[in-house]
Design a protein around this ligand. Structure first.
Ligand code: PMP
Length: 472
C-alpha cells in the first residue's frame, strides 16, 4: 500500500552563531557607536525638522541613526565628527569610480560652466550610447534618471512590443520603486517562501500598490530553470504569457547569489521559446563587474539591459539598451519614452569621462585582483576561527555570509541562513573601526578603483577581529 505523501519538513534556521554572544557584542558596539558619533546624531536630528525621518529616501535610514557625511575623497568618507572611514558601500554600488575622482569632477565642472541642461541633444549623449553599445552588445540605447525609471520603461517597451500584460520576476529580487516590480521583493518572510510557490499570490512591498498591478506580477525562484519552465507553460495554458522576464544575472540584493551552471542558458532558451522579452537588470552589475557588465562576465545575450548607479559616476542616471525591434517601438513613438532630464548634459559628461578614462578594462582587472584577495582572506579567517560562512563576489561586488552553513542559492536559502542580528553587529563593528559597509549586508561591499592593498588589508583585519570575538 502506498503511504500518504509526507509534508516536506521545514528547513531548520541554520545560523549557528551563538545569539547570546552576538547580542552581547552588539550592545557593546552600539554603545561605542553612540559615544563616538555625537556630531552625526545632532546633525541628523537637526535635519529631521521637516525632512521625513531625517532622510531624503528611506534607504538612508539606518538603525540606530545614520552617519552624516561631510565629504568623500578617493576610497574614504569623512563624517561630521571628523571620522575617516574606508567606504565599501560606495553609495550602494554607484561609486565604483571612488569619491571626487579628479577626471570626473573636472568633466562635470566644465559642463556646468557652459550650461547644465537644455532638453536638447548634446554630443556626449550619442558618444555614451556608442560606448554602451560596444560594451553590452546591444545596438540601441535610451537614457533615464534612475534605475527605477530604466526598469519601468523597459517593462513598458516589452509590453508594447508583445501586447502582453503580465511580467515575471525573481522571488526576493528588487528592481526599483515603481508598482509593477514592488512585488515579492526581499521583504518576504522565510515562511512566505515555503510550500507551493506556484499558486501563492504576489505580496506588495508596502501600501499604495494597486491589487490589480500586483496580480500581473508573477515571481519564480532564482536558479530554478525547471520552475521557470513550468511557470511559463502554466501561464501559456492560462492565456496570460508574460511580456517579459526581468531579473539580475546574479542576485545582488541578497548578498551576492551566483547563477548555477547552465541556469542563464536555460533562461535564454525558455524566453526565446515563448517570445518573452528577457530584461537583464544590470543596475548593480552593469558597470561594476566588467566593462560590459553581466553580459560580458557571463557571456549572455539578453534582449534588454537596464543600467543606472555607476553609470552616472555620482549623478542620477539610468539607461536602457535593447534589440532593434524593441527600439523600433520607441523610435516610432508607439511606446512613449520621454523624460525632461533623460540624457542630461552633466550626467552625460560624467558618464563619458568615467567610461573613457576611469572604468577601463585595466581598472576592472585591478578591482578583480583586490576582490580575490578579500574573498580568499575572508575564507581563510573564517576557517582559522571556525566561524561558519561563505565569501562570495564578482569583481567589485561581494559579501561574506557570516554563519551560513551552506551556499546561498536563492532567496529562500538566504532567508534561512542569514541572520539580521549578525548583520547588524557586523555593520556596527566595521563602522566603529573605520569601515563603512552597506548596512544589513544585503549588498555588503562595492569596491572602487580608489582602493588598494592597504584598504583590503584593513578590511580583513577588522573582519578577523570580529571573527576572533565571535569564536570566543
Ligand atoms: N534594479 C536594481 C537591481 C537595483 O539594485 C536598484 C536599486 N538598488 C534599482 C533597480 C533601482 O534603482 P534606483 O534606486 O536608482 O531607482
Amino acid at each position: 500500500m502506498k503511504s500518504a505523501p509526507t509534508t516536506p519538513t521545514k528547513p531548520e534556521i541554520r545560523n549557528p552563531l551563538d545569539p547570546g554572544r552576538v547580542a552581547e557584542l552588539s550592545a557593546r558596539e552600539e554603545a561605542r557607536f553612540f559615544r563616538e558619533n555625537a556630531g552625526s546624531r545632532v546633525a541628523y536630528r537637526a535635519g529631521a525638522a521637516h525632512l521625513i525621518g531625517g532622510v531624503g529616501s528611506s534607504y538612508q535610514k539606518i538603525d540606530p541613526f545614520p552617519l552624516v557625511i561631510e565629504h568623500g575623497e578617493g576610497a574614504y568618507l569623512y563624517d561630521v565628527d571628523g571620522h575617516r572611514r574606508l567606504d565599501v558601500n560606495n553609495a550602494f554600488g554607484s561609486m565604483v569610480q571612488g569619491h571626487a575622482h579628479p577626471l570626473i569632477s573636472t568633466a562635470i565642472a566644465k559642463r556646468a560652466a557652459i550650461g547644465a541642461h537644455f532638453t536638447a541633444p548634446v554630443r556626449d549623449a550619442g558618444i555614451v550610447a556608442d560606448h554602451l553599445a560596444h560594451r553590452f552588445g546591444l545596438p540601441w540605447w535610451r537614457f533615464s534618471n534612475s534605475g527605477s525609471e530604466a526598469t519601468m520603461d523597459a517593462i513598458r517597451i516589452a509590453r508594447g512590443l508583445t501586447g502582453r500584460t503580465t511580467i515575471v520576476k525573481i522571488t526576493g529580487s528588487y528592481h526599483g520603486h515603481h508598482d509593477a516590480v514592488m512585488v515579492d521583493t526581499a521583504h518576504l518572510t522565510p515562511e512566505q517562501t515555503e510550500g507551493d510557490q506556484a499558486y501563492r499570490p504576489g505580496i506588495a512591498y508596502g501600501a499604495g500598490i494597486p491589487a490589480n498591478v500586483v496580480a500581473d506580477t508573477v515571481s519564480v525562484p532564482f536558479n530554478d530553470a525547471a520552475a521557470l519552465a513550468a511557470r511559463f507553460a502554466a501561464m501559456e495554458a492560462e492565456g496570460r504569457l508574460p511580456a517579459c522576464l526581468i531579473m539580475e544575472a546574479a542576485m545582488m540584493n541578497c548578498g551576492v547569489i551566483l547563477p548555477a551552471e547552465g541556469y542563464l542558458a536555460s533562461v535564454r532558451e525558455l524566453t526565446r521559446r515563448y517570445g518573452i522579452v528577457w530584461i537583464v537588470d544590470e543596475v548593480k552589475t552593469g558597470l561594476a563587474i566588467a566593462a560590459g557588465g553581466a553580459c560580458e562576465y557571463f557571456g549572455i545575450e539578453p534582449d534588454m539591459v537596464c543600467l543606472a548607479k555607476a553609470l552616472g559616476a555620482g549623478l542620477p542616471s539610468g539607461a536602457i539598451g535593447m534589440r532593434e525591434d524593441l527600439a523600433a517601438e520607441v523610435d516610432s513613438s508607439r511606446v512613449r519614452h520621454v523624460g525632461t532630464f533623460s540624457g542630461n548634459p552633466l550626467v552625460m559628461a560624467a558618464a563619458r569621462a568615467s567610461l573613457e578614462r576611469v572604468l577601463t578594462p585595466e581598472a576592472y582587472a585591478e578591482i578583480g585582483r583586490l576582490e580575490e584577495k578579500l574573498l580568499a582572506g575572508a575564507s581563510a579567517i573564517m576557517a582559522e576561527y571556525r566561524v561558519a560562512g561563505h565569501a562570495v563576489g564578482i569583481r567589485s561586488k561581494g559579501v561574506i555570509f557570516i554563519g551560513a552553513e551552506a551556499p546561498v542559492t536563492d532567496f529562500a536559502s538566504w532567508g534561512r541562513m542569514v541572520s539580521p542580528e549578525v548583520n547588524r553587529l557586523a555593520w556596527l563593528y566595521g563602522v566603529n573601526r573605520g569601515i563603512y559597509a552597506a548596512p544589513g549586508r544585503d549588498e555588503e561591499w562595492t569596491l572602487s578603483v580608489a582602493m588598494g592593498d592597504e584598504e583590503a588589508e584593513h578590511y580583513l583585519a577588522v573582519f578577523a577581529e570580529l571573527c576572533a570575538e565571535l569564536a570566543r
